[in-house]
Ligand binder design. Structure first.
Ligand code: 5GP
Length: 194
């Protein structure tokens, strides 16, 4: 597996329940910190209309995904809500070698695996201000059908419960800019730790 000690870069893991606003927060962080890059995952999930291949995810077939696992090309991978998601290893390694802070926006299962590879990784979990708020955001997002949205909402409580055990940083996304600023502070602090 990929080593970390010789690398100048740092990994920051960002997780949170579906609909909490992780992607928006990560995109805002990128605008504020030029030394941060966001890992683009591969997934077997179908692309929604609003998404762009190679920007939001690399959308690939199950066969392609299996091949990447066999060839050891994924840093971590997990099945989330019936689809496979994984972090491409080569790109993360490249960015770390260039001294970047690389954000992995991944689920809790994947985060636990990534933490084994990168023990120094900062782990940030984004929380909604309330369960009701999360339900509203998921429904308003309109990306998934009602039953899928419900499955994701049900999964949120288990993920939040696990998060208290594994994550050092919990950030509540009530006000977007405040949540972004908190994440920026965490990253800046992470960058200066040895
Ligand atoms: P979505 O389908 O809403 O884009 O993502 C569903 C879940 O999969 C989210 O919790 C997201 O963080 C997670 N996810 C996205 N990419 C990866 C990845 O590469 N690895 C893992 N383990 N989870 C991922």
């Amino acid at each position: 597996m990929t080593g970390t000690n010789s690398k100048k870069g740092r990994v920051v893991i960002v997780s949170g329940p579906s609909g909490v606003g992780k992607s928006t927060i990560c995109k805002e962080i990128l605008k504020k910190l030029d030394y941060v890059s966001l890992s683009i995952s591969v997934t077997t999930r179908p692309k929604s209309e609003a998404e762009i291949d190679g920007q939001d995810y690399w959308f690939i077939s199950e066969e392609d995904f299996r091949e990447r696992i066999e060839k050891g090309l994924l840093l971590e991978y997990a099945e989330v809500f019936g689809h496979m998601y994984g972090t491409p290893k080569d790109k993360v390694d490249e960015e770390l070698r260039a001294g970047k802070v690389v954000i992995l926006e991944i689920d809790v299962q994947g985060a636990i695996k990534a933490r084994v590879v990168f023990p120094d990784a900062a782990m940030v979990f984004i929380l909604p201000p309330s369960a009701k708020d999360l339900a509203e955001r998921l429904n308003n997002r309109g990306r998934e059908a009602g039953d899928v949205a419900e499955e994701r909402l049900n999964g949120a409580s288990a993920e939040i419960a696990a998060a208290w055990q594994y994550y050092q940083h919990m950030v509540i996304n009530e006000d977007l800019q405040q949540a972004v600023n908190e994440c920026v502070q965490i990253i800046e602090k992470t960058g200066t730790e040895t």
